[in-house]
Structures are given as structure tokens and as C-alpha cells.
Design a protein around this ligand. Structure first.
Ligand code: PEP
Length: 252
């Protein structure tokens, strides 16, 4: 089954206007020269969306956000709705990142509600799951991801509107990466659970990204695995050269 590889940059809470516009322009220009078969996405913080959108004009690099509210509008001070993200030029939104689950106490149920709202607003969603180090050491990685997938992915998800990101929490921003074999084991399990929850056909087409210290030196061996359909990249997406070098590893 051939699934289009997605390389997505999660800029997290980084970047000011000038440097971010330059970063986006450099990524866009590199991607244009490369003629890659991968789909490329950058997800800056809210304050940069419009500037980055302008910097990406005319390129194939898509724009996404890192979170959204469940409601379309109203009395929710400090929040941003999926409709607003769509209006600002986003095509994707990352949901359920472990930093949001941890810092903002986002449960699977909240992630699922946000995903449903985002899909209804016409955004595509990247739903993140992944175990902590303690859970991995207890042999719980597959069970944790299974529970998160079952409860965070809405019933209206399809292969074209939803992407899953497996991000072992212990690998995020730590320099530690899951081995390709360990990552593949979880990805294959996630696909099995998606088949039970959605359908076999949807699961076989849905992309499952790996995230957690992906960089130019380890991207190729991860992307070679059967069930790894791209990367969600934090730190290495903040340097155009590194992000571009990862995109260059996409061979299909
Ligand atoms: C992330 O935050 O989604 C991530 C994978 O970060 P890093 O690549 O820095 O580990």
C-alpha cells in the first residue's frame, strides 16, 4: 500500500516574525528545488501563522497549527477555534501532542472533541499518541497507544482527513530515538487498532508518522519501515538545512 509520506515540522513555542519568515522562505525555496514526492507541512505558533502563510505563498509547503478549541467561537479567552485556523490559511492542526496532554491536562476525550471540531471546520488533523518512559519500561507501550487511539480518534476520521503521529514521550526533544524496529512494532499495532476502530481499508491508507528526535542522521532508517509514513519533527524543523535534509531522505 503506498501512502504519501508527510514530513511535518512542529515549531512549538519558537520564533519571532522576522526569523520565522526567513525560515519559512528558506524551507519553501529548498522544497521547490528538490522536487520531492513528500508532502511538506510547517506548524508555527499562532502569532506567526499569517506571516508564515505569506512566506510560503506559491510553494507546495502547507501550513498547520499546533492546537485548537472545540468551539467555533464565543467566550473562550485566549483560545483559537478551528474555523479561525482555516480562515488564517491552515490546512492541518496537530492535536493531543504530549506537551499539551501534560501541560494542559488534555485527555483523550478532549483530543477527540477537538479533532471532531477541526474536521468539521475542514481541517486535517494530526493526532498524537505515545507512551512515557515509565510505561515503556513496564512493557505498556502498545496498550497505552491502543487506549489513546481508541479514545482520541473520532468516528468521522478517514485516511484523507486524519494522520496519526506516534511520539514516544521519552524521545521528544531528548535526542533519544526509538529504534526503527521498536517504532515499527508500535506503528503496526496502531494500524491494527485503526482497522478495528474505523475499517481495514481506512487503516491501510491512513498515514502514521513517527516523532521523537528525528533528524537527518536517523530519518532514512525510520522512513524505510513498512508502517512509518513520515515524521513529525520538532527541534530539527527549526533549521532549514536539517528539515530539508530530512525531506531529502524520502525516497518514495
Ligand atoms: C515533537 O515535538 O513533535 C517532536 C517530535 O520533537 P523533537 O523532534 O524535538 O523530538
Amino acid at each position: 500500500m503506498s501512502r504519501k509520506i508527510l514530513i511535518a515540522g512542529n515549531w512549538k513555542m519558537n520564533g519571532l516574525l522576522k526569523e520565522s519568515s526567513e525560515l519559512a522562505k528558506e524551507i519553501a525555496s529548498n522544497v521547490k528545488k528538490m522536487d520531492t514526492k513528500a508532502e511538506v507541512l510547517v506548524c508555527p505558533p499562532y502569532t506567526l501563522l499569517w506571516t508564515v502563510k505569506k512566506a510560503l505563498r506559491g510553494s507546495k509547503v502547507a501550513l498547520g497549527a499546533q492546537n485548537c478549541h472545540t468551539e467555533e467561537k464565543g467566550a473562550h479567552t485566549g483560545d483559537i477555534s478551528p474555523v479561525m485556523l482555516k480562515d488564517a490559511g491552515c490546512s492541518y492542526v496537530i492535536l493531543g501532542h504530549s506537551e499539551r496532554r501534560h501541560d494542559h491536562h488534555e485527555t483523550n476525550a478532549i483530543v477527540c472533541q477537538k479533532a471532531e471540531a477541526a474536521l468539521k471546520a475542514g481541517l486535517k488533523v494530526i493526532i498524537c499518541v505515545g507512551e512515557t518512559l515509565e510505561e515503556r519500561e513496564k512493557g505498556e507501550a502498545l496498550n497505552v497507544c491502543e487506549r489513546q487511539i481508541k479514545a482520541s480518534v473520532p468516528a468521522i476520521s478517514t485516511a484523507s482527513n486524519t494522520v496519526i503521529a506516534y511520539e514516544p514521550v521519552w524521545a521528544i526533544g531528548t535526542g533519544k530515538t526509538a529504534t526503527p524496529q521498536d517504532a515499527e512494532e508500535v506503528h503496526a499495532h496502531i494500524r491494527k487498532i485503526l482497522a478495528q476502530k474505523l475499517s481495514k481499508s481506512v487503516a491501510s491508507k491512513m498515514r502514521i508518522l513517527y516523532g521523537g528526535s528525528m533528524k537527518p542522521s536517523n530519518a532514512e532508517e525510520l522512513l524505510k519501515m513498512e508502517d512509518i509514513d513520515g515524521g513529525l519533527i520538532g527541534g530539527a524543523s527549526l533549521k532549514a538545512a536539517d528539515f530539508t535534509a530530512i525531506i531529502e531522505k524520502v525516497k518514495i
